[in-house]
Design a protein around this ligand. Sequence first.
Ligand code: 13P
Ligand code: SF4
Length: 367
Amino acid sequence: MPITGIYGPDDFANRPQGKPVPIRVAPARTGPPLPMPSLEWTPEVERATAPLYDRVKHVIPPIEWPLMAPTIKAINELKRARGAVILAHNYQSPEIFHCVADIGGDSLQLAVEATKVKADIIVQCGVHFMAETSKLLNPDKTVLIPDTRAGCSLAASITGADVRLLREKFPGVPVVAYVNTSAEVKAEVDICCTSSNAVQVVESLNAPTVIFLPDRYLATYVASKTDVKIVAWKGACEVHERFTGAELRAYREADPSVQIIAHPECPPDVLGEADFTGSTAHMINWVRAKRPRRLVMITECSMADNVRAELPDVEILRPCNICPHMKRITLANILESLLTLREEVTIDPALAPRARRSVERMINLKN
Ligand code: 13P
Ligand code: SF4
């Protein structure tokens, strides 16, 4: 059913001026960082990284490999020496996703895997909210983010005070927050969701109306799949909101056999053209199962590269848009992070238990 209402900062005259709480990091540890390993391209590096190059040979030209391989080898050695694990989102570049990550996946998979991690150190190759989620679920472990500027337009669109204003306007209505929010927002809501489980989470509340924030397009998608009335927030993903239905129609007119799959953060006219809509993990599983000959994948560009590395027989056509926040994470700053153990993510102890409860409620939902 159509969205019941959509609110934003301008709709609240008494809204306190405030910005989303920036990611918190621990003060730098004392003690010198480990020495920088050699990053020379040698026959030994070539031999040691050959199996990794095999995984990405369809998406990384041979001429670029000597620039990456020494850092990849150094990261993998240091990771073992530090007892660290690297979690990488599906939007990380192939040299990270396929060559240094221990666990890759969508936001839900990364959150679930974060609960099972044995290592003492987690290096989160993704954006703030993913690192915060890992820290919430592993309060006693060291969670590192290689670049603290890796934010998210959705997480930046709403504050904890905004959630309180929505609650005042809709007393008694439960609030679902997409995981793409700060810990401060998670602390104010009843439960989190990801794009993999948003409809299931909304329906699990058994309420006639649910406040769903902050992504207006994901909210619109959820509303189209349920009879629960949805009140939304005016946030949007700066990557997915740029796609248009017209560009998808042009692809289909050029080749009617093309298959189009899209992330639910896209506007409704885009989803209206798609043959399948799903989270990043659901899209990957769809491609694995269907093996389309020609595919348009409406999401972040690296995801197409990661899928092509695995399934080179699927021809993936552009368009795609780059997430500038995801691209803050590089091999160089992952190495730096492991050498210096920075930046270490911390969560305000006044918020952490409530924010953790919202994430755990989602993870503990029965399928
Ligand atoms: P997924 O949960 O589908 O991986 O999406 C996360 C995200 O940030 C998409 O833009
Ligand atoms: Fe946020 Fe969009 Fe980037 Fe995902 S792709 S991290 S939702 S800005």
